[in-house]
Design a protein around this ligand. Sequence first.
Ligand SMILES: [Zn+2]
Length: 223
Amino acid sequence: MSDKALVVLSGGQDSTTCLYWAIDRFGIEKVTSVTFDYGQRHHVELECAREIADCAGVPNVILPIDTFAALGGDALTDPGIEVVNESAEGSGLPNTFVPGRNLIFLTFAAAYAYQRGITHLVTGVAQTDYSGYPDCREETMQSLQTALRNGMESEIRIHTPLMHLSKKATVQLAVELGALPAMAMTHTCYNGKRPPCGACPACELRAKGFEEAGVVDPLTPNT
Ligand SMILES: [Zn+2]
């Protein structure tokens, strides 16, 4: 079992906090990061991830997965679908839900890790996430870990340091870990705005977390 770690870095606030968590836990020379180019509406995320990894001083690799856009039906990969904040009737999920996304991401990350003798995967999923995405739940992550271990005959371990943290606690953790400077490079807004729109649910949740933690968001220092 190696002590090397791979962080799934989306370019957002949570995965950035996880990157610094991994550096703190495993040591900077043991950490690398992966970002998925899955046809996301906000391509700027890829540049953000690169900047954040540079800021933290860890390598970043971008891996392409173009199948999600071909599947269609979600607002994050289909430019023809507008981001709607309300949950859809029936599923109870907003149309920003990309079915299977985290499962696929972590499976590819595990395969990448396998080839490089990396044991630890780190992801910023949180059960407390306001959207209630089912692929962010602890139970999902635990069963995926079991599936990956069985399927790859490996000791891969999925770490979810933010799983039970509120947004406030996540901001506090970011401050403790020295992740704040990198927060200025993160991307959260569902509308893809830089500076962020301030009005979408992702922006509102982020602002609430910083406000409750009593910390100025370096991305929006003047609001
Ligand atoms: Zn926004």
